[in-house]
Ligand binder design. Structure first.
Ligand code: FMN
Length: 194
């Protein structure tokens, strides 16, 4: 699948619709996401920027209920996790590196960026999603169990889960800071203006 095939009919206003329509979805219909859509969603991650183009991310697509139940347990037992049709496990590989003997310092950050591509691509295809942060720096026994079950190498960290499914809810509007609160002109605190 080439970049142009995916994006050939894409217009900028559609991008802003995707960004504006994305919400965290925590109720899903029992409808399967076809493999070709999963592949498109992960293609968006593949194209993400990364430090020195190290591309330190790996993704595991989970559909098995037993594995979803295990992931739910590790992620604070948030019950809706197990109801998602698909869980994408986002993994950052510290060994991915531009230079021999110099493991990545930025693997987690890079993987988070690529994972937001996953979320936006899912939104563009009409699916609901929800980030679940699962930094395995907590190093609990449960995380070890997940890493064993999914055969994730020692040097790789699970940085997040992304739940995917057909939405079965429309969340009410949620507040956001104003542009003036988060963006400045030339120096911190100076009004952006028009
Ligand atoms: C890194 C990250 C971790 C998150 N972890 C969770 C989580 O564990 N459980 C959950 O219900 N939502 C989680 N969320 C979703 C946030 O609660 C949500 O993005 C935020 O409240 C704004 O709502 P919106 O996504 O609908 O715009 C997470 C979001 C991010 C970006």
């Amino acid at each position: 699948m080439t970049r142009s095939e995916i994006f050939e009919s894409f217009r900028s206003e559609e991008f802003f619709q995707v960004v504006g329509n994305r919400r965290s979805i925590r109720r899903y219909k029992e409808i399967d996401i076809p493999q070709e859509d999963i592949a498109k969603i992960l293609e968006a991650a593949r194209l993400a920027p990364s430090t020195n183009n190290t591309q330190p991310w790996k993704y595991i697509v989970v559909k098995e209920q037993a594995t979803k139940d295990l992931l739910t347990l590790v992620a604070g037992n948030q019950r809706f996790i197990a109801d998602a049709n698909t869980i994408i496990v986002a993994i950052a590989d510290k060994q991915a590196s531009c230079c021999p003997g110099n493991p990545s310092q930025w693997h987690i950050l890079d993987t988070m960026i690529a994972t937001e591509h996953v979320v936006l691509a899912a939104t563009a295809l009409g699916y609901g999603s929800c980030w679940i942060a699962m930094l395995d720096s907590r190093n609990t026994e449960n995380v070890k169990e997940v890493k064993n079950a999914l055969r994730i190498p020692e040097a790789a960290s699970i940085v997040a889960l992304v739940l995917l499914g057909v939405p079965d809810e429309s969340p009410s509007p949620i507040s956001r800071k104003t542009l003036e609160e988060i963006a400045f002109h030339e120096a911190y605190g100076l009004a952006l203006g028009g």
